[in-house]
Design a protein around this ligand. Structure first.
Ligand SMILES: Cc1ncc(C[n+]2csc(CCOP(=O)(O)OP(=O)(O)O)c2C)c(N)n1
Length: 517
């Protein structure tokens, strides 16, 4: 076989079964390898940011990496924003990047680039293969590195660069080596003992990582029942599993003054897989840390550690009941009349199916989080790194990983415009995703941030840089041209009808609502 085929076999042996691809000539042997070896699902994305965001969404739901297949430095570079988000999320992901054959690089042909340089800021592990014989080993190492318990800033992205001659050259590959599993390091007992002594109603548990998976949230419920402590997730965690039967999980607010207010009465901020909260941006004269004076920060567990084990041990140590606090769960009645963010949230909470997945981005969609939490068990995926244009691609990958679950993407129109090609992939793969576009025809948050920075005069040029009208994008028409049916919803009744249809019909659907924050 050739090197490319050995790479695909190696990836499959490590449990990687899905490839979000946008290939070029230097990846042709990889494409041939995928063709030749059964088991690797190859999905075309029309922009690399779709591939990388989809690989992120897939892994957040599947708990194992997908691979991307991208074209040299230019292709990888196009995918960087969503790789940045995936790094912040701690998502395991393997980039397979083709390169010129080794003998061709010195000729500086047009697509020649410093691919390792492009990969470096987002990758915890980067390697350029040197031989066809070595490339399968490289692929296995890439997956293992992506699954390693890395500390927070590093993330879990591996980038393997495969020169074309390593892909086309002859090699042997023998399956049989067992798949590697990486254990998370245990939390020191001293940390558990320290928190057990001080846990009371003056504490806030700030949660991220495993603490926000279903098993983690159950343990948090026990701790809340035993101590009266508050439980909040960090502002944009990668994944939260909540809803009726599980403990209510609030969210650390985005704006600094609101975050400080949320911690006003907190004497001990206990970090459970989370980092101490900081202001998203610097503001003139404002501190970067959001932790109020008089609040002590205590760490129970780092995100890469055995967070779940630590929570269990802590709950046992404080004598917490086996069944903890839980949301009771009630569907709201369907409203009628004018459509507002409030009625949107009510309709959404009334209709969203059990065990749905919601992928967020910019825009006001996060407002639906409390209402949904009170209504149905679900998984919420957040924009982890602030690089907008993630929600649609991540929803695509989540739907590939979980074909039995209804997926929603709640997107601001500004964010949606970055990576809207994802709709085409959803249509082609017949994925059950309902996208809601909040079309306020503006970069609304930038208008708010502009004023927060003390610039009160919004001049004509500034206003034009925050304005998405002239021309208005018709998202339903745009979706139609990408193979996705849709509807405008201007009233609560129209939203109810559109959402009911989108959920009932197989395949993707898009709803444009004239709402903003
Ligand atoms: C990749 C990237 N480019 C630019 C920005 C800056 N930015 C943050 S929010 C935003 C506009 C969001 O607009 P929209 O999605 O319509 O939501 P709205 O604020 O109007 O509710 C922009 C451009 C960003 N965060 N990420």
């Amino acid at each position: 076989m050739n090197g490319a085929e050995s790479v695909i076999r190696a990836l499959l042996d490590e449990g990687v079964e899905c490839c979000f691809a946008n290939p070029g000539t230097s990846e042709m042997h990889m494409v041939q390898g995928i063709d030749a070896v059964p088991g690797m699902r190859a999905i075309l994305g029309l922009f690399e940011g779709v591939c990388t965001g989809a690989a992120d969404g897939y892994a957040r739901m599947a708990g194992k990496p997908a691979t991307t297949l991208l074209h040299l430095g230019a292709g990888l570079g196009n995918g960087i924003a969503n790789l940045h988000n995936a790094r912040r999320a701690g998502t395991p992901l393997v980039n397979l990047i083709g390169d010129h054959a080794i003998h061709h690089v010195p000729y500086d042909a047009p697509l020649t680039a410093d691919i390792e340089g492009v990969a470096a800021p987002v990758s915890a592990w980067t390697r350029t293969s040197r031989t066809a014989e070595g490339v399968a080993r490289d692929a296995r190492d890439a997956v293992r590195a992506a699954m390693a318990p890395n500390p927070v800033p590093l993330g879990n992205i591996s980038t393997l660069i495969v020169p074309a001659d390593c892909a086309w050259g002859p090699t042997h590959y023998r399956s049989g080596e067992t798949r590697a599993t990486a254990a998370r390091p245990a939390v020191p007992e001293a940390a558990i003992e320290t928190v057990a002594v001080l846990l009371n109603a003056d504490c806030m548990l700030l949660l991220d990582g495993e603490a926000l998976g279903e098993a983690g949230v159950r343990q948090v419920g026990r701790l809340v029942a035993a101590s009266g402590a508050q439980a909040l997730s960090s502002t944009f965690p990668a994944r939260v599993d909540t809803g009726p039967g599980l403990c209510e999980i609030g969210r650390m607010p985005y704006f600094p003054e609101q975050a400080r207010e949320a911690m006003e009465r907190t004497r001990h901020l206990i970090l459970v897989g989370a980092e101490a909260p900081v202001s998203f941006f610097a503001y003139v004269g404002e501190e970067s840390s959001l932790v109020p004076d008089g609040c002590e920060v205590v760490r129970l567990a780092h995100r890469h550690e055995d967070v779940l084990g630590a929570l269990e041990a802590l709950a046992d140590a404080v004598g917490a009941p086996a069944e903890g606090d839980a949301v009771s769960g009630e569907r709201p009645n369907l409203p009628d009349g004018e459509l507002s963010m409030r009625s949107f949230c009510t309709v959404f909470a009334a209709l969203a199916p059990e065990h749905c997945i919601v992928s967020g981005d910019s825009g006001p969609g996060a407002a639906a989080y409390p209402a949904l939490q009170a209504a149905v068990r679900h998984t919420w995926l957040n924009l982890t790194g602030g690089a907008i244009g993630q929600g649609g691609p991540a929803a695509t990958g989540a739907a590939v990983a979980c074909p039995d679950r209804q997926v929603f993407a709640l997107l601001g129109d500004g964010g949606a415009a970055y990576t809207i090609q994802y709709l085409w992939t959803q249509a082609r793969e017949n994925l059950d995703v309902v996208t809601v576009i909040f079309a306020n025809r503006s970069y609304g948050i930038l208008d708010i941030e502009y004023r927060r920075l003390g610039i009160n005069e919004v001049g004509a040029t500034a206003a034009s840089l925050f304005d998405l009208s002239n021309p208005d994008i018709d998202w339903v028409q745009l979706a139609g041209s990408l193979g996705v049916p849709g509807a405008h919803a201007r009233t609560s009744e129209e939203l109810t009808a559109a959402l009911t249809r989108g959920i009932a019909e197989p395949g993707p659907f898009l709803i444009e609502v004239p709402l903003g924050r």
